[in-house]
Design a protein around this ligand. Structure first.
Ligand code: PRT
Ligand code: MG
Length: 216
């Protein structure tokens, strides 16, 4: 019997994936938030979930350690996507990637004057393309988290980060000045798995697609 392994990250993606899994007849036997297990069994003997960092999901799927995974467009855009089939926008964990600056910082004035801005971000590739498309020269500073701090302590003039409610920006006296791209999470599938385990994987994709279609 072929096993199907699905890679998910804890937190918002896991929570928003639960109804999709249920529609496919897959119910985790433990919750990742309360369990320390990294491999979670489900009600189906042939389906297991693995809990990985959001940024690691494409790596597990690309290498076939997981057959399926769910990852944000932010993560997928930064990752080299070869060998990954992306059949479905699940429209979950939605947010926007944006440029933000300290309140009172004249971003557009700086852009007009051709000033070379320092931009802190976890999303170096996406940010590089965004500013290059605008013809702007920026110095990118790679961070791994808490980008919001960088403009407050003089590490950067601007950040490129995800915004959902805007609460984090407000709490830190930052303002969004530009959209980079809308973000939602995608289903990713290992291409070899899709061929070899088609009979098991296709119904899961179809069930997810049916849930997404209902939302439109
Ligand atoms: O947290 P960890 O370091 O383990 O990894 P992660 O941050 O990559 O994972 P996780 O679980 O936090 O996010 C997983 C995915 O959710 C991301 O890859 C995005 O596709 C999606 N997502 C949707 C978000 C947000 N909304 C979001 N608001 N990911 C992060 N945020 C952060 C944002 O970076 C900022 O710090 O939340 C803060 C802003 O939120 P608001 O509501 O205050 O605007
Ligand atoms: Mg996070």
């Amino acid at each position: 019997m072929s096993q199907i392994t699905i890679a998910l990250s804890k937190g918002r993606i896991f929570e928003e994936t639960t109804p999709l899994l249920e529609a496919a007849g897959i119910v985790p036997l433990e919750a990742p938030e309360s369990s320390r297990k990294l491999i979670l069994p489900t009600n189906r003997d042939d389906v297991r979930l693995i809990i990985v960092r959001a940024t690691d999901v494409p790596t597990y799927v690309q290498n076939g350690a997981a057959d399926l995974g769910i990852a944000g467009k932010d993560v997928l855009y930064e990752h080299d996507g070869s060998g990954l089939y992306q059949p479905l926008d699940l429209k979950i964990a939605k947010c926007k990637m944006m440029v933000a600056v300290r309140e009172g910082f004249d971003y557009f004035g700086s852009v007009r004057s051709g000033a070379r801005l320092k931009v802190a971000t976890k999303y170096v590739k996406t940010a590089r393309e965004h500013f290059a498309n605008k013809g702007m020269h920026v110095d990118l500073i790679k961070l791994y988290g808490s980008m919001e701090l960088a403009p407050l302590v003089g590490l950067a003039d601007a950040i490129v980060d995800l915004v959902s409610t805007g609460g984090t920006l407000r709490a830190n006296h930052l303002v969004a000045v530009e959209d980079v791209m809308p973000i939602s999470s995608r289903l990713v599938v290992n291409q070899a798995s899709l061929k070899l385990k088609h009979a098991k994987i296709q119904p899961i994709i179809d069930s997810f697609a049916a849930v997404v279609a209902q939302q439109d």
